[in-house]
Design a protein around this ligand. Structure first.
Ligand SMILES: *[C@@H]1O[C@H](CO)[C@@H](O)[C@H](O)[C@H]1NC(C)=O
Ligand SMILES: *[C@@H]1O[C@H](CO)[C@@H](O)[C@H](O)[C@H]1NC(C)=O
Ligand SMILES: *[C@@H]1O[C@H](CO)[C@@H](O)[C@H](O)[C@H]1NC(C)=O
Ligand SMILES: *[C@@H]1O[C@H](CO)[C@@H](O)[C@H](O)[C@H]1NC(C)=O
Ligand SMILES: *[C@@H]1O[C@H](CO)[C@@H](O)[C@H](O)[C@H]1NC(C)=O
Ligand SMILES: *[C@@H]1O[C@H](CO)[C@@H](O)[C@H](O)[C@H]1NC(C)=O
Length: 612
């Protein structure tokens, strides 16, 4: 019986497929020995037979070390070849697996990067017929073409805030730095009129950065129906809306050439009503980022555009990127006429939330800098790249201002993508970062259906690269770690491997001085069917050692699917069982010249040498 309990993964898979047979067999054997045990042991086992097959529950994060040498990785490069032809076909026809668009009027640029090289892993541009015929700016899209990036600007603004001021200000009320709002609060008190007055004292800088302030989306926006570009009041009245009292019309910002001053903006915004009380639910707000930029300028006593230029664009060599509208249209992608797009719109203080100009090459530098923590301390980057809140969608969270997508069907485990999208008429952008694979990509689109195209092209890229990255990471882990590790003196060994479709490094067998550890550990935890043991990287390493943690999952405890019945809670069990104050799940590998030479399950105070 023990032999089948301790079967390797493949055998176990088969085992689970024929679980009822297994259960029957086991129970028969147990019943044959003692009647009492049959009652105790067979009841849970029979329950198992009616639930879903065991699947490993990894910790959140990479299940293998991020793949390296992607530029020469055979399977990843194969995937990129297929990506190029898919994008070419999608660009030319306007058709893809994820939807359609007008091919003749939408051009795009795609750059994929990692942190190990300064070259892009992949760079592709599709120039639409509309851009080829453009009389303004460039007629071909390259990786150095200039686009407006819309709300992707917010991510750069948050990055600048962290670089300049750090995260210590997130809990400070905005009224500390923008006293005009404290004054507004006196005039209109949220305590006496919570529907009519914004509770500025409870709006923190962190709430602004994460769309949790519950404040209005904008003051005087292009979505204002009074905007002359939308036909203005006359058109609205014709459509059936009543005329607007002139005192309610925004005094600035209409038609987007007449940006509001800071004073006008603060006066206008603070006269609006709250959407929700602060910290109720995520409500996307451009105004929040305009206020965040005001606050940063006042905290530092410096001009916001100057800080942006010095601390990000100049530092990272983002030579084509700018806050202000460029003086020249050389290399500029301007789809259609200036009436069709926001190339020339002057956004004034709205710029930090949606107005920057940039290129594929420059945004690759930005994304790489964030992934590699070149301008922030690594711990601050890790803290920043976390959700602040969920949304009503199971797979979406919101950070500062990350739009976080939880991906569950591209690999065998859930992983999170930290992204920011942006739109302005004529332009859309998508920056996608994957800390787990240490890879990111940028998509820039110019044309008529840009929002849809940016989403679809991002989907196309993600669907090709993430399964390929998972395969490369697993193959590299197999090459580096798989094999037998032994201590010949006392019949101790550990056999490691990986399997397609299964996360982490599998501990196929583990014998310590002739004792089978899987059985022993199962015994400690009161289990009966043995343990599935897999190793996950912790990211802790030196040039000569790498630390992993083992996750022990009892094959006994299969979830039944209720709200509280454990589905995947291994994060709660790490470092639980200790021996002499060392977790029995601590596993450290020794490296020499990048090659693995041995493994130390630290609680056992013994090193097993790699044999082949
Ligand atoms: C935009 O607004 C400003 C001031 O409100 C006005 O002077 C200008 O003529 C307007 N431009 C257009 C194109 O409507
Ligand atoms: C445009 O030219 C002006 C005057 O030379 C300069 O001050 C400004 O920085 C330039 N703008 C950009 C975005 O380069
Ligand atoms: C993953 O799920 C998304 C959303 O449901 C779907 O569009 C996509 O095709 C799926 N991808 C795969 C590889 O199944
Ligand atoms: C593991 O093996 C070591 C000798 O290498 C021995 O000292 C130790 O007691 C063993 N531990 C268990 C739990 O069997
Ligand atoms: C291995 O276990 C045996 C008995 O099970 C014990 O006598 C021996 O000392 C152990 N070896 C080591 C190296 O601890
Ligand atoms: C080592 O231990 C395992 C597990 O107890 C046992 O099956 C195997 O026969 C032992 N090998 C030797 C050489 O003692």
């Amino acid at each position: 019986m023990k032999v089948s309990i301790l079967a390797t993964w493949e055998k176990r898979q088969d085992l689970w497929k024929s679980l009822s047979l297994y259960t029957t067999l086991l129970c028969t054997l147990i019943m044959a020995s003692t009647k009492l045990h049959s009652l105790l042991l067979c009841a849970p086992l029979l329950m198992l037979a009616s639930t879903s097959a065991y699947t490993p529950c990894p910790l959140l994060g990479p299940v293998f070390e991020p793949p390296s040498h992607l530029a020469s990785d055979f399977s990843f490069q194969g995937a990129l070849k297929s990506l190029e032809s898919t994008l070419e076909k999608a660009g030319t026809t306007g058709h893809s697996h994820y939807g359609k668009w007008a091919a003749s009027t939408n051009g795009f640029a795609v750059g994929i990067f990692d942190t190990s090289s300064s070259d892009q892993l992949f760079s592709y541009q599709f120039t639409s017929k509309q851009i080829k015929a453009s009389r303004l700016g460039a007629t071909v899209i390259t990786s150095d073409s200039l686009f407006r990036i819309g709300s992707l600007s917010k991510l750069i603004t948050a990055y600048l805030f962290l670089i300049e001021a750090g995260s210590g200000y997130w809990d400070c009320p905005v009224t500390d730095y923008v006293p005009e709002l404290a004054t507004a609060q006196h005039a209109c008190s949220a305590t006496s009129d919570p529907i009519g007055c914004i509770d500025w004292n409870d709006v923190t800088l962190g709430a602004l950065a994460s769309h949790m302030a519950g404040i209005p989306r904008d003051y005087s926006t292009p979505a204002e129906l009074l905007d002359p570009l939308d036909g203005g009041e006359a058109t609205a009245v014709e459509a059936g809306l009543p005329p607007v009292p002139s005192s309610d019309a925004p005094s600035c910002g209409l038609n987007f050439t007449d940006a509001c001053s800071e004073t006008q903006y603060l006066k206008g915004l603070s006269a609006e009503q709250p959407v929700f009380a602060p910290f109720t639910t995520p409500i996307y707000s451009n105004a929040g980022y305009e206020l965040l930029a005001f606050a940063l300028a006042r905290i530092k006593g410096k001009s916001f555009p100057a800080m942006l230029e010095q601390s990000i664009f100049a530092k990272l060599g983002m030579r084509r990127s700018s806050y202000y509208n460029p003086n020249s249209t050389s290399n500029a992608i301007i789809p259609g006429s200036l009436k069709d797009n926001y190339w020339a719109a002057i956004l004034g203080d709205e710029t930090p939330d949606g107005g920057y100009f940039s290129t594929q090459s420059d945004l690759v530098k930005l994304g790489r800098s964030i992934l590699a923590s070149t301008l922030l301390k690594p711990a601050l980057t890790r803290r920043w790249m976390k959700p602040v809140t969920f949304t009503s969608a199971l797979n979406q969270g919101v950070g500062m201002p990350w739009e976080i997508w939880r991906v569950s069907n591209l690999t065998d485990h859930v992983f999170d993508l930290y992204t920011k999208a942006g739109d302005l008429p004529g332009y859309s952008s998508y920056l996608v970062l994957s800390p787990d694979y240490d890879v990111g990509f940028i998509v820039l689109v110019a044309g008529t259906d840009t929002t849809v195209v940016a989403e679809i092209i991002s989907d196309v890229v993600a669907n090709v690269i993430f399964p390929a990255l998972e395969t490369s990471a697993r193959q590299q882990a197999q090459e580096k770690y798989a094999g037998k590790y032994v201590n010949t003196h006392c019949n101790s060994s550990m056999v490691l491997t990986t399997q397609a479709g299964v996360p982490g490094i599998t501990v196929e067998s583990w014998i310590n001085n002739s004792t089978n550890m899987q059985l022993l550990l199962a015994g400690y935890e009161g289990g009966t069917s043995g343990y599935d043991i897999r190793l996950y990287p912790t990211g802790l390493k030196t040039s000569s050692q790498v630390a992993y943690r083992a996750i022990f999952e009892s094959l006994d405890t299969v979830p039944d699917g209720g709200v509280f019945s454990p589905q995947c809670t291994t994060w709660e069990t790490v470092d639980n069982r200790v021996y002499g104050n060392v977790g029995i799940d601590e596993v450290v590998f020794d490296l020499e010249g990048g090659k693995v030479t041995g493994v130390t399950p630290r609680a056992f105070r013994t090193t097993l040498k790699k044999t082949s």
